[in-house]
Design a protein around this ligand. Structure first.
Ligand code: NAP
Length: 506
């Protein structure tokens, strides 16, 4: 495999190297970066965990993960062997200070071998309660203080609420500089999400109409067809608002609504995104019930199989008040978006897995066609599908072929699969490469995370303090509670859904 000679030697310290995230996402992503010659000549992946592995048995675990989860299927023997030479396992407990000294000497060994100071990326793929202890212990053995070569990647969730997010920021910033902290939101690594920047700011066509004069409303819908699976215990303490809205959905919303940045600099782009969050209207106590809907799934049938209701899932409180569905109507108080509603929704056990942004334009000012011509009339709509289909569709009216003047909506489609031959990289490939390069554009800054928490805190507090009497209120394999339809229908709109043809990708 050709190495990327321009990249500096790099060490990935994967805390939680034996866990699900490492096996399913991180190692397959690093393997693909290696196959595609993005990895430097000198690199090391150090897996950390308490489980009793040696290098060989650890590598066996990771190979199993690649064979199961890699986008290119089973690893080829010689390529895997080349890659796996770079993997080491260090049995260690994050609470044990002495283990950090072992980490330090391992790193020193590589440094001597390579005769060069490596970039060190501490990837925290562990439960959030370990973030503070790991950061503090890294500082004690001086594995944190080199601003240029040491980085820390923090997985989601970043905090449980505004207060805990602030506390974590204070702790991290006491040890690391902001340019060392990479708060990950893997949604931002997705091709279609990144393409929002290209689509908006590399084309002259859309920006002039990207405002309240032409856009009627925006929808962002992130629905999942699965339930909580084996994450019931974790999810019951979290819920849809924390799990999806505070991070992924608000980040996507920022990309739709941000002002044009003056350049492609990470700070500039992140500044423009924070501007959006700061301009979003916070709900007063009386506004929450008119602008938000929460739901929880009951049992139902999915593809002919009976599935359990949320409260019967393993690890979930049988009287749980946790929402598995959330829909909210936001406004952004600035010149561009005044009075344009942004509807967002997310839910588990929904009819379809799909992440879609729908931008509906205002109607024509005057309709010249007779009524019978325009029975299936649809205002222009731009639909950006993030997953499973990766596409952008512009819906326009066209004359149907025939002797009558009959109009119907048709799609002008840009589809990634049909347009590009290369396989699309996984979000984690993009993000890990950016962390190696020191590019923070797709990572969240401390103030961004706090502003997003600040926005949703009134809703969280209201939902937690008032137990829902209607839960469970939607059945598995449905489109969520009826009240979610009403939230948007009372403004004269309906939720956009798209026929999904392709098998889903996680
Ligand atoms: P997991 O499968 O439960 O793995 C947890 C890891 O933490 C294991 O490697 C475990 O290793 C390690 N660990 C636990 N206690 C430890 C200790 N005292 N000392 C050293 N290591 C310890 O969890 P996960 O699903 O990988 O998730 C990890 C993090 O990523 C979480 O913050 C999660 O929210 C986030 N995340 C996960 C996913 C995903 O797809 N899984 C997606 C997005 C975000 P040992 O048991 O060997 O000690």
């Amino acid at each position: 495999m050709k190495a990327n000679i321009k990249s500096k030697p790099t060490i990935f310290m994967i805390f939680g190297g034996t866990g699900d995230l490492a096996e399913r996402k991180l190692i397959p992503a690093l393997y693909h970066l290696f196959l595609d010659s993005y990895m430097p000549k000198e690199f090391a992946i150090i897996g950390l965990g308490r489980t009793d592995y040696n290098d060989d048995s650890f590598k066996k675990l990771l190979l199993g993960g690649i064979n199961k989860f890699s986008r290119s299927g089973k690893a080829e023997k010689d390529k895997w062997e080349d890659f796996s030479k770079h993997i080491t396992y260090l049995k260690s407990d994050v609470n044990n200070e002495a283990d950090y000294k072992k980490m330090s000497s391992l790193i020193d060994g590589f440094e001597k071998e390579w005769s060069e100071t490596p970039i060190i990326i501490h990837y925290l793929a562990v439960a959030p309660n370990f973030f503070p202890i790991i950061a503090s212990n890294l500082a004690k053995v001086k594995l944190a203080d080199d601003c240029d070569r040491t980085r820390i990647v923090i997985e989601k969730p970043f905090g449980h609420d505004l207060q805990s997010a602030k506390e974590l920021n204070v702790l991290l910033k006491g040890i690391f500089a902001e340019n060392q902290i990479y708060r990950i939101d893997h949604y931002l690594g997705k091709e279609t999400v990144q393409n929002m920047l290209a689509f908006r700011f590399a084309n002259a066509l859309f920006e002039p109409i990207w405002n309240r004069n032409y856009i009627e409303h925006v929808q962002i819908s992130v629905t999942e067809d699965i339930g909580v699976e084996d994450r019931g215990g974790y999810y019951d303490g979290s819920g849809a608002l924390r799990d999806m809205v505070q991070n992924h959905i608000l980040q996507v919303l920022c990309l739709v609504a941000m002002e044009p940045p003056v350049n492609f600099d990470a700070e500039e782009i992140r500044n423009r995104k924070v501007d959006v969050l700061r301009a979003m209207r916070q709900f007063g106590p009386d506004e929450i019930r008119f602008n938000t809907v929460r739901g929880q799934y009951s049992e139902g049938w999915v593809k002919g199989e009976k599935v359990e209701g949320y409260r019967d899932e393993e690890g979930v409180d049988p009287e749980s008040n946790t929402e598995t569905f959330a829909a909210l109507k936001f406004f952004i108080d600035n010149w561009r978006w005044q009075n344009v509603p942004f509807y967002v929704r997310t839910g588990k056990r929904m009819h379809q897995k799909a992440s879609i942004i729908s931008i509906q334009f205002k109607d024509v000012p005057h309709l010249i066609f007779p009524n019978q011509s325009s029975e299936s009339w649809q205002q222009n709509r731009l639909i950006i599908s993030i997953q499973p289909e990766m596409s952008i569709r512009l819906q326009v009216q066209a004359k149907r072929p025939g002797l009558d003047m009959t109009l119907n909506p048709v799609d002008m489609v840009f589809n990634y699969d049909g347009t590009y031959e290369n396989e699309t990289p996984e979000a984690y490939e993009t993000l890990l490469l950016d962390a190696m390069k020191g590019d923070q554009t797709l990572f969240m800054r401390g103030d961004q995370v706090e502003t997003a928490w600040d926005l949703i805190m009134p809703v969280l507090e209201s939902w937690e303090s008032k137990k829902s009497i209607s839960f469970p209120n939607y059945s598995a394999d449905s489109w969520g509670p009826e009240t979610a339809e009403a939230l948007i229908a009372k403004d004269g709109f309906h939720w956009f859904t798209m026929p999904i043809k392709k098998a889903d990708k996680k």
